[in-house]
Design a protein around this ligand. Structure first.
Ligand code: SF4
Ligand code: SF4
Length: 365
């Protein structure tokens, strides 16, 4: 049963107040130092701190005030709840179909079902080896316009939510943003706050390790490579007149294969780590959205790789439909699920870099 919004914020404020006094975990991540600079701990401050937290769980195992101590500090769980609340408030629109899991399931099934209904079986279940074989099953116009329409509303909602979040955490001038961008990019690309100040995360118990850090990097870079492969495919089509499926040695296939393998390996590792993780520092109500994202990314990578291997086989038509269904599921769940952590965390890291630079300048004018 989810807690009321006011209770989530009040509880996080109470715990963070203990941390501001204690300061024991200040070396683990930016959250504690950022909290020091925000003694009022307003709702906007809590939204910022929650998105700055990378859920490494170090502060849970280090904490002398965790339950059963009467202070009952369980910061990773408290911040996880605030994080989800910050996304929901900024989007201002409840997830249809009962949440990201229901939405993802319906979207994933929709494309294969429509394909079965609309594409004649002699086309759908035939082996296609000619140039433009994918579009013999699903016309290019349907694919391109379907993707554009499916992406438009979710990306618009995410953009609106990011704008609201940025205002809620203090905003900043274009000059401040430009100055802080290199440090922000470094923090994003190195996942600095997921490394516990250099010792790694607590994945399963009180021992430190870098498995989660490596797995997250695989997912991140795998995802970026698959996006780059899609852009390379569009460029191959429009600039070079090539039609999908592309040759084995071509930018879309090489990038897509590397990205798909990395994404699948990263998702598998994340799922394994999550499955074995100590549930004590978790917020159970956030788990469905986390597993939904892993399933959508994993299904998309796996179906994309199978499509690549079996593209000259009679199974190609249905594999293409399933793959497009998983991509649709990713698009439509963007504003309602765990994927919101990416843009919000980037903005929180930008805010943190700006604040660090302001502090440095105040000390060294
Ligand atoms: S999590 Fe516990 S040990 Fe760490 S700063 Fe907060 S109260 Fe102190
Ligand atoms: S990033 Fe890690 S140490 Fe920092 S608040 Fe989150 S769980 Fe605690």
């Amino acid at each position: 049963m989810p807690l009321p919004e006011g209770d989530i914020l009040d509880e996080a404020r109470r715990q963070m107040t203990v941390c501001v006094v204690c300061k024991y975990c200040n070396g683990y991540c930016d959250v504690f130092r950022a909290a020091d600079a925000r003694p009022d701990l307003t709702d906007g401050d809590l939204f910022y701190l929650a998105n700055l937290c990378h859920h490494c769980r170090n502060c849970w195992y280090a904490c002398q005030y965790r339950p059963p101590h009467p202070f009952a500090v369980a910061l990773p769980a408290a911040l996880a709840r605030v994080r989800v609340l910050s996304w929901q408030r900024a989007v201002g629109w409840p997830a249809p179909l009962g949440g990201p899991a229901g939405l993802a399931l319906v979207a994933t099934l929709l494309v294969p079902l429509l394909t079965l209904l609309l594409v004649p079986p002699e086309t759908l279940f035939a082996a296609h080896r000619e140039s433009g074989a994918f579009h013999a099953v699903i016309p290019r116009g349907v694919m391109v316009w379907g993707a554009a329409l499916a992406l438009l509303a979710p990306v618009g909602l995410v953009g609106l939510a990011m704008t609201r979040f940025w205002r809620a955490i203090g905003g900043g001038s274009a000059r401040q943003v430009a100055r802080a961008l290199p440090a922000t990019l470094r923090d994003i690309l190195t996942l600095r706050n997921l490394s516990g100040g250099g010792v790694g995360c607590n994945e399963r118990d009180d021992r430190f390790g870098f498995a989660r850090w490596h797995a997250h990097h695989l997912v991140f870079w795998g995802f970026l490579l698959t996006v780059t492969a899609t852009l390379a495919a569009a460029a191959s089509h429009h600039l070079m007149g090539m039609r999908a499926p592309y040759p084995w040695i071509s930018a879309p296939v090489v990038l897509g294969t590397a990205g798909g393998v990395a994404l699948l390996a990263g998702v598998g590792a994340m799922a394994w780590i999550k499955h074995r993780a100590d549930p004590a520092p978790e917020a159970p109500e956030t788990r469905a959205a986390e597993w939904t994202l892993l399933c959508v990314l994993g299904a998309s990578a796996a179906s994309g790789l199978m499509l690549l291997v079996l593209r000259e086989n009679a199974a190609m038509g249905m594999l293409l439909a399933v793959h497009l269904g998983t991509v649709l599921a990713f698009f439509v769940t963007l504003p309602f699920g765990k994927m919101m952590h990416a843009p919000f965390r980037a903005l929180a890291l930008l805010r943190a870099a700006m604040d660090r630079q302001e502090t440095d300048r105040a000390h060294d004018p």
